[in-house]
Ligand binder design. Structure first.
Ligand code: ZN
Length: 243
């Protein structure tokens, strides 16, 4: 089964369309949350996503916030401003679709899917090998897919040495996975690893091959819509450089 793995679209329809076109035909799509927040196209993204065949989607912290299930005080000023705008603009139908999605870890094809981390699916960031190591006991499958940090990377556990290493896969390289690993496809709509191209991954559930990928999209058109909606300028600027 050829699986498209995406995360952190953040209401950026142009980036999502670029990823879907670049990925080509897939059997399933696994989306690791943060469908909305930051960007100008929350409704368009939800509507595009929900119609994808074979979709599994879980909620991220921004989705939970837009649903009114989280205190906005935990977000920084600009993220909060954007969340309030989204809350006002997302249609009731799209809100109730988001509401139907799970917040907890999900198992697909013997892979664990979460937004943040296995031990804290909505909020914890896995940004280093120490936090990754602490999370391996929190899931039972050979692989766990996470989003949230917007950094395309993988954490490999060496079970003999009991050591975790961090790897940043070269885009397009085919990586044969070996148990156990925590993998992050990166962010579709707001990459933060200084590469402004959309990040995603293709996973083959039969051969256990992971391919991290990047694709260019029209950043300027998204910046224009961010400015037209009077969303924070920072959210437009960061897209051009990927931070
Ligand atoms: Zn995010």
């Amino acid at each position: 089964m050829r699986v498209l793995v995406i995360s952190d679209i953040h209401a950026n329809l142009t980036a999502l369309e670029a990823v879907l076109a670049d990925a080509g035909p897939v059997d399933e799509t696994w989306c690791l949350g943060d469908v909305v927040g930051y960007g100008p196209d929350p409704n368009e993204v939800v509507e595009r996503l929900r119609d994808l065949p074979g979709l599994t989607c879980i909620l991220g912290n921004h989705d939970v916030a837009v649903l009114g299930q989280m205190d906005y005080a935990v977000f920084n000023t600009e993220a909060r401003k954007s969340l309030l705008w989204q809350k006002k603009n997302v249609t009731p139908a799209n809100l109730s679709y988001l509401e139907s999605l799970p917040k907890e870890a999900i198992n697909r094809a013997n892979v664990t899917l979460v937004h943040g981390s296995p031990r804290d699916p909505v909020w914890e960031y896995i940004l280093n090998t120490l936090v990754a190591r602490l999370n391996f006991p929190a899931f039972n499958t050979p692989y766990c897919l996470v989003g949230h940090s917007h950094i395309q990377c993988m954490f490999q556990l060496d079970p003999v040495q009991d050591r975790v290493s961090l790897e940043v896969p070269r885009p397009d390289q085919l990586r044969q996975l070996t148990p156990r690993a925590i993998l992050n496809p990166g962010s579709v709509g707001q990459p933060r690893d200084r590469d402004p191209r959309s990040a995603y991954a293709i996973y083959d559930s039969q051969t256990f091959v992971w391919q991290a990928r990047r694709v260019k999209y029209d950043v300027e058109s998204v910046q224009k819509r961010i400015r037209a909606a009077e969303l924070p300028e920072k959210h437009a600027l960061r897209l051009a450089e990927g931070w």
